[in-house]
Design a protein around this ligand. Structure first.
Ligand SMILES: Cc1cc2nc3c(=O)[nH]c(=O)nc-3n(C[C@H](O)[C@H](O)[C@H](O)COP(=O)(O)O)c2cc1C
Length: 180
């Protein structure tokens, strides 16, 4: 699937089938994530692959997002901001830490789509319970939990994007000139 098709077809999925996802695909998802651009070329994120049923159930509860534990695995994205602090001011590091992880996650979601996989980006997180559950050190921030798997039969993850007319949000030369 080309990039354009992956963008068109990606949609948040909450219900997954039991079908296994090959290890090769899991590796490819992570490899796609780390190829995203990163501020200063510093990739301060790491990934925890969670397959354990009980851990997935607990993560689903902590995130207040039912059903995502039906996924064969979840990818928990964690960031060590101190790696950015080594070359950037604290304020910039805070922003770049969000931006770097966001780009990595979007790459991952799009490549997952290209394999016919469903996914979701869960970012309503309670740091402490997740840290405790997964033994994540204090200096890491949890950026996102991404359940991944083949969508449950009949699950149509494709949503209608509310922006149907880009004329309203694209300006030509100057703001408020919607001639585009
Ligand atoms: C930064 C970010 C945080 C999100 N956090 C959550 C979340 O905590 N729980 C959830 O169910 N979905 C979450 N989502 C998924 C959005 O709700 C979803 O992308 C949105 O409804 C648009 O649907 P689509 O992905 O199918 O286009 C998040 C998405 C993004 C980009």
């Amino acid at each position: 699937m080309d990039v354009q098709s992956a963008i068109e077809n990606r949609g948040t999925t909450y219900h997954f089938s039991d079908k296994e996802v090959s290890e090769e695909i899991v590796v490819n998802l992570i490899e796609a994530a780390v190829k995203a651009p990163a501020a200063g070329g510093i990739r301060e994120y790491e990934f925890i692959i969670v397959t354990d049923k009980s851990e997935k159930e607990q993560l689903s509860k902590i995130c207040l997002t039912p059903n995502i534990d039906s996924s064969p695995f979840m990818i928990v994205v964690v960031c060590d901001i101190s790696k950015l602090n080594s070359i950037f001011e604290e304020e910039d590091s805070q922003v770049f830490c969000v931006e770097n992880a966001s780009l990595a996650i979007e790459n991952l979601l799009l490549v997952a789509t290209s394999y016919g996989l469903g996914s979701a980006w869960i970012a309503t997180l309670q740091q402490e319970p997740i840290r405790k559950l997964l033994n994540i050190p204090e200096n890491y921030i949890v950026r996102g939990i991404i359940p991944v798997g083949y969508p449950r039969e009949g699950e149509n993850s494709k949503k209608i994007n509310p922006i149907t007319n880009i004329n309203k949000i694209v300006h030509l030369e100057k703001f408020n000139n919607n001639e585009y």
